[in-house]
Design a protein around this ligand. Structure first.
Ligand SMILES: N[C@@H](CCC(=O)N[C@@H](CS)C(=O)NCC(=O)O)C(=O)O
Length: 228
């Protein structure tokens, strides 16, 4: 299998963390520099493999192409079941997937907040302060929901072992903290404890960000007047 990806970004980082944790055999990672249409990065031939044309993108030897990060995680779990990173029972898998979906929704709200509120978007896309504020509030709401879903005794997001939920969670919260300087929500001790512990794992090593963009992105809360 070939995995086309970027070294940073909330969706790519889901796979980067996952592959570092799982270490599956037979998956070649092709990592592109940040997108640059004028330089054909990623190449048009790779983007054309799937309708969405975004990274990460997986291509299997039989020609199967999977173009959505969550579907890629599930596909690799199906094809390389060991070590299991979803849960060994239907109930455990459902628990993992509930966290995955809530974090995925959180990232959608975060992405809209950033798109509408960050200096990075101003003058590039149509922006709305109202959308930024609503989405920041919905992002915070998702984190509060996750805090209520977590069990106090669990070492990881969805239980006593690393699952795809940890990979999706870390990619989201790390991106918010590192790239936009948006900290974890106050009053979420379980999530905060997990974040501190998981941040120490080699899989969660801070990716290399484009520093010019990051310098403008930092301070999203101040840029939008949002207070948690
Ligand atoms: N829903 C997609 C989103 C992927 C996505 O937006 N990837 C971004 C990087 S964070 C990308 O490839 N952007 C460049 C582009 O779309 O040309 C997924 O889960 O994989």
């Amino acid at each position: 299998m070939k995995l086309y990806n970027f070294a940073f970004g909330p969706y790519p980082q889901r796979l980067n963390i996952y592959l570092a944790e799982k270490e599956p055999v037979g998956i070649e990672q092709i990592i592109f520099d940040e997108p640059d249409r004028t330089a054909d990065v990623p190449p048009a031939s790779v983007k054309a493999l799937a309708p969405n044309g975004s990274m990460p993108m997986l291509q299997d030897e039989d020609g199967t192409v999977v173009g959505q990060s969550l579907a890629i995680l599930e596909y690799i779990e199906d094809k390389r079941p060991d070590p299991d990173m979803r849960g060994s029972t239907a109930a455990a898998r459902a628990r993992t997937r509930q966290f995955v979906h809530v974090f995925d929704e959180a990232l959608t709200f975060f992405g809209l907040w950033a798109r509408h509120g960050s200096r990075l978007g101003h003058g590039v896309v149509r922006t709305s302060q109202a959308v930024a504020e609503v989405c920041a509030s919905r992002y915070a709401g998702q984190l509060r929901l996750i805090e209520r879903m977590m069990m106090a005794d669990d070492a990881f997001i969805a239980g006593d072992r690393v699952t795809i939920a940890d990979c999706v969670a870390m990619a989201t919260l790390q991106y918010a903290a590192d790239f936009y300087a948006v900290p974890l929500l106050p009053g979420c001790p379980k999530l905060e404890g997990w974040f501190e512990r998981f941040s120490l794992r080699p899989s969660a090593a801070r990716p290399k960000y484009p520093e010019d963009k990051r310098a403008r992105a930092l301070g999203l809360m101040e840029q939008t007047g949002v207070v948690f």
